[in-house]
Design a protein around this ligand. Structure first.
Ligand code: ADP
Ligand code: F6P
Length: 324
């Protein structure tokens, strides 16, 4: 075991369901190994401001089923600056913290790597609904978000088919089409627009018209927020071209970020939390917990950061076969 006595945990970037399960696992695993555990409120902002408090096992009771994050989160663009990072390190030293766990997305893990390069012992846990982090099959929160999207689209389908309408449904994901592509597959959407694949307005119009001509009672178009066409422009185009169906648009928005984490996300966050603390105790730093098959592994942050997580090409093909 390395000479780690006091660790801290923070959640950073966009919150995601399961972050609380991750905090709980870090706190209780740390205590199990005889460490003092601290919580940093509001991510790098709280780190720089010294918003750091001791946590015990009772502080994380009753949170495993809650969405959001009890430590809160924040975005702090200034943390990219070396002088601000230095302030953060000074705060860690003031509190005698010798190991840090950062739960967050791509940006948050970039911050973690910056701290590692400056000598802080840090382990990352991928937490983001976007599933855009390279090197892990899933990040904490993705499964819950996908289930929320699934339920929402099932509901929209009921009303869409009752009125013979085409529904445009915009889902989150930044520049990654994971949520949109998988939502399309599991809801049987007619069209899916992804950031990874450009579509023209004409192609989209033809696909929706084809669904109408085939006698479908409705059509679903799923649009990733990072796709090349804007939802509002698609609605205008389809209305102007009278493709048969009436047109309605729904932007699912932040509904996708909240809610009780699924069994999958709770388990993933719990396993990641335990693995992160054990990695620190083994003297590791600059690594991220990752899911590979059924196993939890560690990846070097140097390897993870700056890479784009590709969509599974096989799923691309499946979606072509199944959208008939
Ligand atoms: P996410 O972690 O969900 O991808 P962001 O991209 O907004 O969310 O990043 C969250 C925070 O991580 C930022 O507000 C900033 O504090 C920190 N961060 C992002 N990029 C960097 C970077 N290049 N260097 C240091 N810190 C960064
Ligand atoms: O990264 C998670 C995410 O929900 C993205 O899908 C989305 O683009 C972004 O965060 C929204 O950020 P905000 O909560 O700042 O509006």
């Amino acid at each position: 075991m390395g000479n780690i006595n006091r660790i801290a945990v923070m959640t950073s970037g966009g919150d995601s369901p399961g972050m609380n399960a991750g905090i709980r696992a870090v706190v209780r695993t740390g205590i199990h190994y005889g460490l003092e555990v601290y919580g940093i409120r509001q991510a790098y902002l709280g780190l720089v401001n010294g918003d750091i408090e001791r946590m015990d096992a009772r502080d994380v009771g009753g949170i495993i089923q809650q969405g959001g994050t009890i430590l809160q989160t924040a975005r702090m663009p200034e943390f990219k600056e070396e002088s601000v990072q230095r302030k953060g390190i000074r705060r860690l030293n003031e509190h005698g913290i010798d190991g840090l766990v950062v739960i967050g997305g791509d940006g948050s893990l970039t911050g973690a790597l910056a701290l590692h390069r400056r000598g802080v012992k840090v382990v990352g846990i991928p937490g983001s609904i976007d599933n855009d982090i390279w090197g892990t099959a899933s990040s904490v929160g993705v499964d819950t978000a996908l289930n929320t999207i699934l339920e929402s689209i099932d509901r929209l389908r009921d009303t869409a088919s009752s009125h013979e309408r085409v529904f445009l449904v915009e889902v989150m994901g930044r520049q990654c089409g994971y949520l949109a592509m998988n939502a399309g597959l599991i809801t049987g959407a007619e069209v899916v627009l992804l950031p990874e694949e450009k579509t023209t307005m004409e192609e989209l119009g033809e696909a929706v018209e084809e669904a109408y001509l085939k006698g479908k009672s409705h059509a679903m178009v799923i649009i990733a927020e990072g796709a090349n066409l804007e939802t509002i422009d698609i609605a205008t185009y389809l209305e102007q071209h009278d493709i048969g169906f009436e047109v309605r648009a729904t932007i699912l928005g932040h509904v996708q970020r909240g809610g009780r984490p699924t069994a999958f996300d709770r388990l993933l966050a719990t396993r990641f939390g335990v693995a992160a603390v054990e990695a620190l105790l083994e003297g590791k730093s600059g690594v991220m917990t990752a899911l590979e098959g059924r196993d939890i592994v560690l990846r070097e942050l140097e390897e993870v950061i700056g890479k784009q997580r590709p969509l599974n090409p096989h799923l691309f093909e499946l979606s072509e076969i199944l959208t008939r």
